[in-house]
Design a protein around this ligand. Structure first.
Ligand SMILES: [Zn+2]
Length: 270
């Protein structure tokens, strides 16, 4: 999962307002709007943040927003919740009665989408949502039937605007493979097909060496997997990821600088 961290996410929660856990499943949401990260963190006067555990941008960056109780699920129907607990293959239409505290029992992701039924979920974004859900299932030893759409937990909601059976099938497919598996990666040609075949004993070309260096997996000591081993990532992906983060930091710094300037101006006026 291509993650980013919002500062303070590890302790951003609503645990002071109610219980958190035991966790039983995962709820998929759409944001019904754009530029929704700040809203997910802060919430509104009526619905204080965090509004999810993870926010997934249109570009497919999963930003960690909070950990613990979050205002994302509200109340759930017991029949829908029981199906998740049992990891039943059938997810029944939720009852009208909603006795379950969903915020206590579920992780939630907000996928950036207008939610109007025509705004597409680009594969780069959808795939990240699948990976995110599969990662949590893998951690807890759950099957894909622990993943439901918000619309499957309550009649009040319509999100997400995609077929949850298809989404669960994608999660189930991932869970059959190791965590670093990418669908179709083995079949994707990494070199132009026009390159002539090399004879045995030929020296590799400079181009071959350069390509091999960029594709070579490096160990990231700062990101460990569940077994505590450093995660391996292709040098090229690592560079791109670092570049994206750099842009994010510069943008954040710009906002901070502008805020300090406004503050200074206000103080001088005083
Ligand atoms: Zn929702």
């Amino acid at each position: 999962v291509r993650t980013a961290e919002s500062p303070g996410w590890r302790s951003r929660n609503r645990n002071h307002k109610g219980p958190w856990g035991p966790v039983n499943g995962i709820v998929i949401h759409h944001t019904a709007g754009r530029d929704s990260l700040r809203l997910c963190i802060e919430g509104t006067a009526d619905l204080p943040g965090p509004l999810c555990h993870t926010h997934l941008s249109k570009a497919g960056v999963a930003t960690l927003v909070g950990y613990g109780r979050a205002n994302h699920a509200g109340t759930f129907a017991a029949n829908a919740h029981n199906a998740v607990v049992a990891e039943a293959a059938i997810h029944p239409r939720p009852d009208a009665a909603e006795p379950i505290d969903g915020n206590r029992h579920y992780y939630g992701i907000e996928i950036e989408n207008l939610g109007n039924g025509t705004d597409p979920y680009p594969e780069a974004q959808y795939d990240q949502a699948v990976r995110w859900a599969a990662a949590i299932c893998r951690l807890h030893g759950w099957t894909a039937h622990s993943v439901i759409g918000h619309k499957e937990g309550t009649r009040r909601k319509i999100d997400p605007t995609f077929d949850m059976a298809v989404f669960r099938a994608r999660v189930a497919e991932r869970l059959k493979h190791p965590a670093d598996w990418s669908p179709g990666s083995a079949a994707t040609p990494t070199k132009p097909a026009t390159e002539p075949p090399k004879e045995e004993g030929d020296m590799p070309s400079a181009k071959d060496i350069a390509a091999a260096v960029w594709e070579h997996p490096i160990e990231n000591q700062f990101r460990k997997d569940s077994a505590g081993k450093p995660r391996r990532i292709a040098a090229q992906d690592f560079m791109e990821y670092g570049d994206k983060h750099h842009d994010d930091i510069v943008a954040r710094l710009d906002r901070l600088t502008a805020a300090i300037e406004r503050l200074t101006a206000a103080l001088i006026k005083e």
